[in-house]
Design a protein around this ligand. Structure first.
Ligand code: ADP
Ligand code: MG
Length: 350
């Protein structure tokens, strides 16, 4: 006998974390089904998409002249609209093929705080064109806060710092709204750039973006650690033009990323200074939650703890907070209606 199918399990409604570095997709009733770099490889001769996600990231810095690997959200906003749309369509199709449903899905999309009306409209249009029936937009720090189950609806201040690839979003939330926030373009990518420039200046060799990221994740630390690890990297000698290897130390990386890390601490202080006293006292008691891939830099939480004298908690699985938040919203959309950006008027004027 064939059992009737549960409509819930057959949903192809999805939550998307449209991150500058990584795109994650939550399929209702399944969980996280996509976790891939936000990269699209395009053939410039034909205008066709050659690869998306993992396959496209593997091509960065390795493409022949007519193929370009594009990160359509590199500055935290849709900088390349058509490519972003192609990427969304690819991920929506992937969800459809897993759920085996072709109905047009309801979609909740997380966008960086500080996006403009025009950018929100672009995301909405891109998702619609890519096949969405309904598009609900949520600001990423809010989604991250929901993802780590902070009491966003209660009259109590919660603070989150999401250190992503292109942007760091710092937000204080109370009663379903963002009370104070800052979004700055100092995050994982900037640290990679800092490392590449430092190595160019100190060792006179050029390294690519991926090598810089690799060394950051391997030995990057904000403060001196006991093991003082080193890493061997390969690049091109600026003088001879030939390949050369150098050994970089944790101290090199620390020096390279120091100024950017200091800016993150500064921005956090500014947000705290702009926070009303009652809410500030909640934050002092309850502390700050760190999310996003950048939250994993060794020693960052300790540094904030020392500088701010507040409890600092790194979220469990910080790279998935936003998409888990969009999933929680999706499962119970009525509860979260008030925090979604349903039309462009919901945004404060910029
Ligand atoms: P986004 O939301 O902008 O897509 P993510 O939250 O996915 O960004 O974080 C991606 C960033 O986190 C990248 O810059 C990556 O280098 C960085 N990152 C990931 N893991 C680590 C780690 N263990 N240590 C330091 N940085 C990390
Ligand atoms: Mg993010």
């Amino acid at each position: 006998m064939k059992l009737p199918e549960l409509p819930f399990l057959r949903s192809n409604d999805i939550g998307i974390d449209l991150g500058t570095a990584n795109t994650l997709v939550y399929l209702r009733g399944h969980g996280i089904i996509v976790n891939e770099p936000s990269v699209v490889a395009l053939n410039q001769k034909t205008g066709r998409v050659v690869a998306v996600g993992n396959d496209a990231k593997a091509m960065i810095g390795r493409t022949p002249g007519h193929i370009v690997a594009i990160r359509p959200l590199v500055d935290g906003v849709i900088s390349d609209y058509e490519v972003a749309e192609e990427m969304l369509a690819y991920f929506i199709n992937k969800a459809n093929s897993i759920s085996k449903r072709m109905a047009r899905p309801r979609v909740v999309v997380g966008v960086p705080s500080g996006v403009t009306n025009v950018q929100i409209r672009a995301v909405r249009e891109a998702a619609k064109t890519a096949g969405a029936r309904e598009v609900h937009i949520v600001e990423e720090p809010m989604a991250a806060a929901i993802g780590v189950r902070l009491p966003v609806h209660e009259p109590v201040g919660s603070m989150i710092i999401d250190v992503g690839g292109g942007t760091t979003d710092i937000a204080v939330i109370s009663l379903g709204g963002i009370v104070t926030a800052q979004s700055l373009r100092v995050a994982g990518d900037k640290l990679n750039d800092d490392i590449a420039s430092y190595i160019k200046d100190e060792f006179k060799i050029l390294i690519g973006e991926r090598t810089a990221e690799h060394v950051k994740i391997a030995i990057g630390a904000v403060e001196k650690s006991e093991s003082s690890p080193e890493s061997t990297i390969r690049g091109r000698d600026l003088v001879s033009g030939l390949p050369r290897e150098v050994v970089v130390t944790e101290a090199d990386i620390r020096e390279a990323i120091g100024p950017s890390v200091a800016r993150l601490v500064e921005a956090t202080k500014e947000v705290l200074e702009a926070t009303p006293p009652e809410i500030l006292s909640d934050v002092m008691k309850r502390g700050i939650v760190l999310s996003g891939g950048g939250a994993l830099i060794t020693g960052f939480a300790d540094l904030l703890r020392k500088e701010l004298e507040l409890p600092i908690h790194v979220a469990p699985d910080p790279l998935t907070c936003v998409v888990r938040g969009t999933g929680i919203i999706l499962e119970d959309i009525d509860t979260y209606k008030d925090i979604l950006i349903e039309n462009e008027q919901d945004l404060p004027p910029k």
